[in-house]
Every structure is written in structure tokens, then in C-alpha cells.
Design a protein around this ligand. Structure first.
Ligand SMILES: [Fe+2]
Ligand SMILES: [Fe+2]
Length: 250
């Protein structure tokens, strides 16, 4: 696991990298726009947040661990998310489409996040949404021939891979601090959240996924693979731990 100063260094470096050539003229066809616009607008809104709730959860968490650098790492992480929102917004501006202010999926997710101020909840939410985001941006790239939009997606995809590592390491740390019974409960709660969110994302964005040549079975297969690389990695010792704790109690 990397420490917080590693992540501060990584994010600071990554934020200096300019991978998008904004002098490229956007070339989105009418047919492409019809398939992707609604999802693009919704995702742009989703990537736009001031991160205040996340910072307050991270501050509490960092105090418990006596790791003040973690707050700085989270601030840089939020900055990177805001960069995604801004780049997608800039693209909507250049193609003459609006940046929307409201969307049902986004409102639902924000309400859900607002209910919980725990770092654990944020971590699982980010892992889940960003796993789906990876498929979303890959499909968006597939669904268009516009070089500018492809570059924006590539830039986000590079960032998101590291975000998942950053959050998976955090989830693993939080999980290891639990007693075996709570680990068992938490693991099943994570799984339930992951796959129900997976279904909601498909329902909301299936048109774009299909435009990017991803059908439901393929989407589910890929989300399951991502689950194995993130949340499922926590699992191996849980059954053994529960049995051991029960025998200790006896
Ligand atoms: Fe993002
Ligand atoms: Fe991200």
C-alpha cells in the first residue's frame, strides 16, 4: 500500500500533464450526438462537485489515523475529478450544447452520499462509480470518431485507473481495521451496493454503452472482472476470521 505522501506526489505530477490538444476542431456527427449526448451531459454533471462532504469525511478519517497528509491527497483527487468535469463541460461548450444542472441519477447519488459522512462509504461509492466510469469512457471513445472527444476520454481513463488503486488501498485499510464479524457484514454490503449501482448505471446509460458496442452481458462480465480486482480481493480471509472469532468466543 502506498502512503499519503506517495499519492500527493502522484496527483501533483499528474495534474501537470496536459494530454488534450484543444486546438483540434470537434467533429461529432449528428448520429453520434444522438446516441451519446444525454449521457455525456449527465456524466459531466456527475464529475462536477466541490467535494465538501468528501473533504469532511477525509478530515475525520485522517485525524483518527493521525495522517494529515491524507487530506491533502484527497484534495488533489477532487481537483482531478473537477478537471474531468471541466474538460467535458468545455467540450459541451464547443459543440454548442448545454451543461445541465440536474439529472435524476446524479440527484439520487448525491442524496445517497449526503446521508453518509463515513470515509468507508465514500470509498466504496468511488470504487463502484469509477469502475462503471471506465467502461463508460471506453464506450464513449468507441462511439465517436471525434479526435478531441477521444483525447478527453483517454485523459480521464488514465486518471481513473489510479483513482481506483487509491480508493481500493483505502478500502482495504478500513476493512482490515474491523473485527471479523463486521468484515463479514461489510463485505456483503459492499457487494450489494456495487452490483445494484452497476444495474442503475446500465439502465441510465445503456444507449451509450450499446453505441460503444457493449451489450448488457458484456457490461456485466466486465463489471464483475473489476469487482474481482477491487472488492473481492478483500474477501479470502473473512470466512476463516469469522470461524476463528467464534471459536475464541467459545
Ligand atoms: Fe472522474
Ligand atoms: Fe475518478
Amino acid at each position: 500500500m502506498h502512503n499519503s505522501s506517495y499519492w500527493i506526489n502522484y496527483f501533483s505530477q499528474n495534474l501537470t500533464k496536459k494530454r488534450i490538444d484543444w486546438s483540434i476542431h470537434p467533429m461529432l456527427t449528428t448520429e453520434e450526438k444522438r446516441e451519446i449526448l444525454k449521457s455525456l451531459q449527465a456524466w459531466q454533471l456527475g464529475e462536477t462537485s466541490d467535494g465538501a462532504n468528501l473533504i469532511s469525511a477525509a478530515t475525520k478519517h485522517a485525524k483518527q489515523l493521525n495522517d494529515p497528509d491524507y487530506i491533502a491527497a484527497i484534495r488533489l483527487f477532487i481537483q482531478e475529478e473537477q478537471k474531468h468535469g471541466e474538460n467535458l463541460g468545455k467540450y459541451l461548450d464547443v459543440i454548442g450544447e448545454e451543461r445541465i444542472k440536474k439529472n435524476w441519477g446524479d440527484s439520487l447519488f448525491r442524496k445517497f452520499r449526503g446521508l453518509n459522512r463515513q470515509m468507508e462509504f465514500w470509498t466504496i461509492a468511488v470504487i463502484t462509480v469509477e469502475s462503471a466510469a471506465q467502461l463508460f469512457y471506453q464506450c464513449l471513445k468507441e462511439a465517436t470518431n471525434c479526435s478531441l472527444l477521444k483525447q478527453i476520454c483517454t485523459d480521464i481513463l488514465i486518471d481513473e485507473a489510479a483513482h481506483i488503486t487509491f480508493q481500493t488501498e483505502r478500502l482495504s485499510l478500513i476493512y482490515r481495521h474491523k473485527n471479523p464479524v463486521w468484515r463479514f457484514v461489510a463485505y456483503h454490503a459492499y457487494t450489494c451496493f456495487y452490483f445494484s449501482t452497476t444495474m442503475v448505471v446500465w439502465l441510465a446509460h445503456r444507449r451509450l454503452f450499446k453505441a460503444g458496442n457493449l451489450q448488457f452481458s458484456g457490461y456485466l462480465y466486465k463489471m464483475n472482472l473489476k469487482f474481482r480486482k477491487t472488492i473481492k480481493k478483500l474477501k479470502p480471509d473473512q470466512v476463516k476470521d469469522v470461524i476463528l472469532s467464534k471459536s475464541v468466543q467459545v
